[in-house]
Design a protein around this ligand. Structure first.
Ligand code: GLU
Length: 323
C-alpha cells in the first residue's frame, strides 16, 4: 500500500513537471515566424531565415517553420498572444506598437523586442494605365484597394490618406483585398489601383506589371516630405526605372525598414541562435531574395524603436556591430 502511494506520488510529480509552463529561460523547441502574403517579400524571407536556423538544429535544438499571415499589425498581435515566436513588421508599425498609437491605440506592446532589420520596404501605388493615376492624389474618385486590416500596408495607407485629407468616402470604391488578390483584381478591372508596402522587386508587383497594362505612381510632395521629416523611421526612396514593365521612369515614394521582432519572453539562447543563423550566413542569405540585394549587416540596426532583445544584442556586440 505504502509502496503504491509512493509510486503514485512520483507519477504525479512527473506529470506535474512535464505539464508545467516553460520558464522564460527554457529554450523554445519550435519557432514559428509570422510573415505576410505569399507573393510579398516577408514570406519568402521568413522561409530563408528558417532554412538557415534549421541547418544548425543540432547546435540549438530549434525547429523553425514559417507562416503566411495578414502582415505587420497581425504579427505584432500574434506575438503578444503567444501564437508565433518571431514576426516581420514595418518599422513604423513597430513604433506605433511601442507607443500605443494607430492600430495599437490603448494597447501598447511593452514586451516587443527587435532582433534585426533587413531591407527597405517602399510604399507602392500600382494603377491600371487607363485609370490615369500617376501620383497619390489621383486616387480621389477611383476604385482603390486599401489593403486588408492587419497589414502594415493598411496602417500606413490610413495614415497617409489622413495626411493628404483624403477620406474613404472620396473614393469611388474602397476594397480590403489581400496583397495576393490585388494584382488580379486590378487586371480584371475590378479596381483602378492598389497599395502594397514591400521590398523591390517583389512577385506581387511583377504579376501586375506582366498581366496587364499598369504603372507605379509617385507618392511625393510636401505631405510626404513633412511625414518623413517628422518620423525618423521613414525615408524618401524610389522604385528604380524599368524595374517593372509599364514603369520606365524612377518613381519617387517613401519607405521604412522591414524589421524582425520577438517578445521579451523569448529565451536569450533562441534570439541569439536566430540572429546568428542569419548574420553568420549573410552573403548566402542575401542571395535568397532580390529585395535583399543591396542590404548590409549595418542596416540590421536601423529603424528600430523598441529595445533589441538581449540575445540579438549579444550577437551584434560580439561582431562589433553594436556598442
Ligand atoms: N509590409 C507589408 C505589411 O505588413 C507586408 C510586406 C510583405 O509581405 O513583404 O503589410
Amino acid at each position: 500500500m505504502k509502496k503504491r502511494t509512493l509510486i503514485a506520488t512520483a507519477l504525479t510529480a512527473i506529470t506535474l513537471f512535464s505539464v508545467a509552463p516553460a520558464s522564460a529561460q527554457q529554450n523554445a523547441k519550435f519557432i514559428t515566424i509570422g510573415t505576410g502574403g505569399i507573393t510579398g517579400v516577408y514570406y519568402p524571407l521568413g522561409g530563408a531565415i528558417c532554412r538557415f536556423v534549421n541547418q544548425n538544429r543540432k547546435d540549438h535544438g530549434m525547429r523553425c517553420t514559417v507562416e503566411s499571415t495578414g502582415g505587420s499589425v497581425f504579427n505584432v498581435n500574434a506575438l503578444a498572444a503567444g501564437d508565433i515566436e518571431v514576426g516581420f513588421t514595418q518599422s513604423d508599425v513597430q513604433y506605433q506598437a511601442m507607443k500605443g498609437e494607430g492600430g495599437f491605440k490603448d494597447k501598447s506592446q511593452p514586451k516587443l523586442r527587435a532582433l534585426f532589420s533587413l531591407y527597405p520596404e517602399l510604399f507602392t501605388l500600382v494603377a491600371r494605365q487607363d485609370a490615369k493615376i500617376t501620383k497619390f492624389e489621383d486616387i480621389k474618385g477611383k476604385r482603390v484597394n486599401l489593403a486588408d486590416p492587419g497589414s502594415g500596408t493598411r496602417a500606413t495607407m490610413e495614415l497617409l490618406m489622413k495626411e493628404y485629407g483624403i477620406k474613404a468616402a472620396d473614393l469611388k470604391l474602397a476594397t480590403e483585398l489581400k496583397p495576393s488578390e490585388a494584382p488580379s483584381a486590378l487586371c480584371d478591372n475590378k479596381i483602378d489601383a492598389y497599395v502594397f508596402i514591400a521590398g523591390h522587386p517583389s512577385a506581387n508587383f511583377q504579376e501586375a506589371a506582366t498581366t496587364c497594362a499598369s504603372n507605379i505612381a509617385t507618392v511625393s510632395g510636401p505631405v510626404v516630405d513633412k511625414l518623413v521629416k517628422a518620423n525618423s523611421y521613414y525615408t524618401k526612396a524610389s522604385v528604380p526605372a524599368k524595374m517593372y514593365k509599364g514603369t520606365d521612369n524612377e518613381q519617387e515614394t517613401f519607405g521604412m525598414m522591414a524589421t524582425v521582432v520577438v517578445s521579451a519572453d523569448l529565451p536569450e539562447s533562441n534570439a541569439y541562435a536566430i540572429t546568428k543563423a542569419v548574420f553568420d550566413n549573410f552573403e548566402d542569405f542575401k542571395k535568397l531574395h532580390p529585395a535583399m540585394a543591396r542590404a548590409t549587416k549595418e542596416q540590421a540596426l536601423v529603424g528600430n524603436s523598441v529595445p533589441f532583445h538581449p540575445g540579438a544584442a549579444k550577437y551584434f556586440k560580439e561582431k562589433g556591430l553594436m556598442k
